[in-house]
Design a protein around this ligand. Structure first.
Ligand SMILES: Nc1ncnc2c1ncn2[C@@H]1O[C@H](COP(=O)(O)OP(=O)(O)OP(=O)(O)O)[C@@H](O)[C@H]1O
Ligand SMILES: [Mg+2]
Length: 263
């Protein structure tokens, strides 16, 4: 299986000790201005994430998880505080510079799969490569490699409406991987999926993380968060808890014990 170009071996011990810091957030605050009122959505978040980590973020609705992910994903900017991505201070970047960083370094997966409906799995996957300098043949190869990585080579020419929810989310993951990001961010990627399909998605995430990809996942479900290596809990725009997962289930093993639905 070819994968994102991260030569690093992973492993909790390595991640905990010597690995490079890929994300550093310092005293982050975010205010949403709504006419007369202002919502203080992040209230002083400080955090480091090392290369090869697999972080799950939990917390009540409205606690600031998506706000934080949008910052990490360079989809939005902090009101005050610093954000360093691979050592680059992106908190001072304008929208255009953020878009460039996003396309080069980050992959994003959402709860709704956000695929283009009149476009095949392969073409959806290829989309982010259109903004790169790769030639057509290389773009096509990247897209089919990414689809293979999520086990969907057989569905390359299917349209979203011809695929199950889990398959559509796998296309969205392939699309997030196609530019070989340093970090994969996923905001409730299993929120619309049944429990077996959710574990299938976690199997893919664990495999990618085992190959060294840094992952950050938001979820409401404690069972899903357990597949990560570290769990943060947000409360009222702050980090309330930050724990390592001690006994992490292996999604591939768990799948063997779950009944399979007929396709
Ligand atoms: N675009 C926006 N404009 C104004 N307020 C916003 C905006 N986005 C989020 N908020 C507010 O910021 C706070 C944090 O919202 P956020 O979406 O980050 O929460 P969340 O933890 O992701 O919740 P959920 O679990 O429901 O997805 C909430 O009070 C929310 O109402
Ligand atoms: Mg949210």
């Amino acid at each position: 299986m070819e994968s994102a170009p991260l030569p690093h071996q992973s492993g909790p011990a390595l991640a905990a000790s010597q690995a490079e810091i890929v994300i550093r957030v310092e005293d982050a605050h975010k205010y949403y201005e709504l006419g007369e009122t202002s919502v203080h959505a992040l209230r002083g978040v400080t955090l480091e994430i090392k290369r090869g980590e697999f972080l799950a973020i939990m917390g009540a609705s409205g606690s600031g998880k998506s706000t934080f992910m949008n910052i990490l994903g360079c989809l939005d900017r902090l009101s005050t505080g610093k954000y360093f991505l691979e050592g680059i201070d992106v908190s001072s970047h304008d929208k255009k510079a953020l878009a460039l960083i996003r396309n080069q370094k980050l992959g994003f997966v959402f709860q709704g799969f956000n695929l283009l409906s009149r476009t095949t799995a392969l073409e959806n996957t290829e989309l982010p490569t259109l903004y790169t300098k790769l030639d057509k043949a290389e773009r096509r190869k990247r897209a089919s490699d990414a689809l293979a990585m999520v086990g969907l080579s057989q569905r390359a020419h299917h349209f979203p409406s011809q695929m199950s929810g889990g398959q559509q989310q796998r296309v969205a993951i392939a699309r997030a991987l196609v530019n070989h990001p340093s970090i994969l961010l996923a905001d409730e990627p299993t929120g619309n999926l049944d429990s077996r399909t959710s574990v299938e998605i976690m199997e893919i995430f664990q495999a990618l993380n085992d190959q060294g990809l840094t992952m950050v996942l938001v979820t409401h479900e404690p069972d899903i968060a357990e597949y990560a290596r570290r769990i943060l809990i947000f409360r009222d725009g702050k980090i309330k808890k930050d724990d390592l997962v001690l006994k992490r289930p292996n999604a591939a093993e768990v799948l063997k014990t779950l009944p399979k639905l007929e396709d």
